[in-house]
Design a protein around this ligand. Structure first.
Ligand code: F6P
Length: 544
């Protein structure tokens, strides 16, 4: 018999337990247990997680872990690492963990060890990246490649752009790296306006090689190149592809000798450490790329083996469940105190929301609980001068992840201390607030006191890492990947499909055809609702 999540004993116990916790203040929890700040912490793979400023007790933790056990998290982790087809709606294995497995490990997909294939592709990427970085790979007219332009969207863009920005400190500074994703022509125009096609290499990244936006931009890139160079043979030297679809790649005109493959057991949003990371490898070099893979792997091993109450991704996943499903929090803010991680929240949006934005269980039933929260964020301290007001004094509960590093990559006087002082101050202020009495005691006029007081009791996680390196970036990304997995298991959903993007794609294709034929058929033939029909007609009449 299928056990419904909300009927599980641990869930019911958590509902009851929530009633005893919901009004408990973090001020009280810290006063009752002076060691709390050391007790509710965990450390693995170079990441120190302080989750003491969360609204929980040891009993909460015990019940959350019990929930994970009742939901079969251990079995699901084993199934993923074993290569079972846990992406059930697409009948696929989910093996991004194999992308970072050391060569001596064996990981089977349908009985075949995939690790040798992974390393064969890594070796080809290494050879290619070395040639480009050293200037051996020349453009069609004999010029050295100075610009890399990655064309892709979703997982074929967000991972590469995030990783490039995050690891820019380690990148080759005499090359430029650009990313085109949006089908809006502005993205293409701005990325290419000041670069020389003779010195430019396009990496067309698309798992399926059928994604409309990417193919449109790839077409535009080929036209742009041929307009300037005037010889179709230039494509061979200026275009490479990363895809699972060799047929479409060669149809496009890219020699499959210049194609880097991956596999259907890698989801798009889990692919930044596959060949989709070719631009990252060219930017930071193969050695650094492999260091990043080692970081991913270290976190994978921790996730696979550590007991749940010391397991970083499990703890973070369970905390997300606690706020999402019991406190009814709708969002989670991710706040990196590291400018290089400015695209990390955007990356996590796809990872989290495309994975867990589902309302059907694995058994095909409609869920009767909430699934993925909305993820958002900006680097500190910019966010502090923008939206933190709402986190401190708004009416909604917004759990936050603060991410900070002990060592700066660009030391500048005492500015790193200032940055970190802000991080620590924010988590303190959010947890403890400032009571009316405290405000009054400062001599604030009575009428102003309510405005100047802070309730506090706003939960935060703090992730403290020594230094942002390729290795630590790998551990951080894997931490969130497995936290998302943990949440998906609890909610009993398929975290690895994305059927929700299909309807919009199909309708856009239909409307595109209608826009092309508008001149001959006119608006009368449109069969949409009255709003969509009117909008299409108005747009057609006004467009240039
Ligand atoms: O938006 C849907 C999606 O399939 C994502 O999951 C994926 O990352 C993106 O489109 C791009 O897909 P592809 O790499 O096949 O072009």
């Amino acid at each position: 018999m299928i056990q419904i999540l909300t009927e599980r004993p641990a869930w019911k116990a958590l509902e009851e337990h929530y009633q005893t916790i919901k009004d408990l203040h973090l001020r009280q929890l810290f006063a009752d247990d002076p060691d709390r700040g050391g007790r509710f912490t965990a450390e693995a793979a170079g990441i120190y997680l302080d989750y003491s400023k969360n609204r929980l007790t040891a009993e909460t933790l015990r019940l959350l872990v019990q929930l994970a056990e009742e939901c079969g998290l251990r079995e699901r982790i084993d199934a993923m690492f074993r290569g079972d087809r846990i992406n059930s709606t697409e009948q696929r294995a989910v093996l991004h963990i194999a992308l970072r497995a050391p060569g001596h490990e064996q990981i089977l997909a349908d009985g075949v060890d995939v690790v040798p294939e992974v390393h064969a592709v890594l070796d080809r990427m290494t050879g290619f990246a070395d040639q480009v970085r050293s200037g051996q790979w020349l453009g069609h007219t004999g010029k050295r490649i100075r610009n890399i332009v990655n064309i892709g969207i979703g997982g074929s863009d967000l991972g590469p752009v995030m990783a490039y920005e995050a690891l820019r400190h380690y990148s080759l500074r005499d090359m430029s790296f650009r990313f085109i994703s949006n089908v809006d022509g502005t993205d293409f125009a701005e990325a290419t306006r000041d670069i020389d096609p003779h010195e430019t290499l396009f990496i067309i990244c698309s798992k399926t090689f059928t994604t409309t936006e990417t193919l449109a931009n790839a077409d535009a890139a080929r036209r742009w190149m041929l307009d300037k160079i005037g010889d179709f043979r230039a494509v061979r030297k200026h275009f490479v592809a990363v895809s699972t679809n060799a047929g479409e790649v060669s149809e496009f005109g890219i020699d499959t000798a210049n194609m880097f493959g991956f596999w259907d057991w890698v989801g798009g949003r889990y692919s930044m450490d596959s060949a989709i990371g070719l631009s990252t490898m060219i930017a930071i070099g193969p050695q650094n790329f492999r260091a990043m893979l080692a970081g991913f792997h270290e976190m994978d091993a921790h996730f696979q083996k550590a007991p749940f109450d010391q397991n970083l991704p499990v703890l973070m996943g369970l905390l997300a469940i606690w706020y999402n499903n019991f406190f009814d929090a709708q969002t989670i803010a991710v706040l990196p105190y590291e400018q290089y991680l400015k695209r990390f929240p955007a990356y996590l949006q796809q990872l989290t929301m495309e994975s867990n934005g589902k309302s059907t269980t694995l058994d095909g039933a409609r869920v009767d609980y909430h699934t993925s929260p909305v993820v958002w964020g900006e680097p500190g301290t910019n966010g502090q001068h923008s939206f933190y007001q709402l986190i401190h004094q708004g009416t909604r509960l917004i759990p936050c992840d603060f991410i900070g590093f002990c060592e700066p990559l660009n030391p500048l006087g005492s500015q790193h201390d200032l940055l970190m002082a802000n991080l620590f101050a924010q988590t303190e202020a959010l947890a403890f607030g400032k009571t009316l009495d405290e405000v009054k005691a400062e001599g604030t006029p009575g009428w102003l006191c309510p405005h100047r007081s802070f309730e506090g009791n706003r939960p935060t996680n703090t992730l403290l890492v020594e230094r942002l390196t390729p290795h630590t970036l790998g551990t951080l990304v894997a931490l969130y990947e497995h936290s998302v997995f943990t949440q998906g298991v609890i909610w009993n959903i398929d975290s690895f499909d994305q059927w929700g993007v299909e309807l919009g794609k199909a309708l856009a294709k239909r409307i595109m055809g209608e826009l092309e034929n508008m001149g001959s058929t006119g608006g009368d033939s449109l069969k949409h609702d009255s709003s969509t029909n009117t909008l299409i007609c108005r747009y057609s009449a006004k467009k240039t």
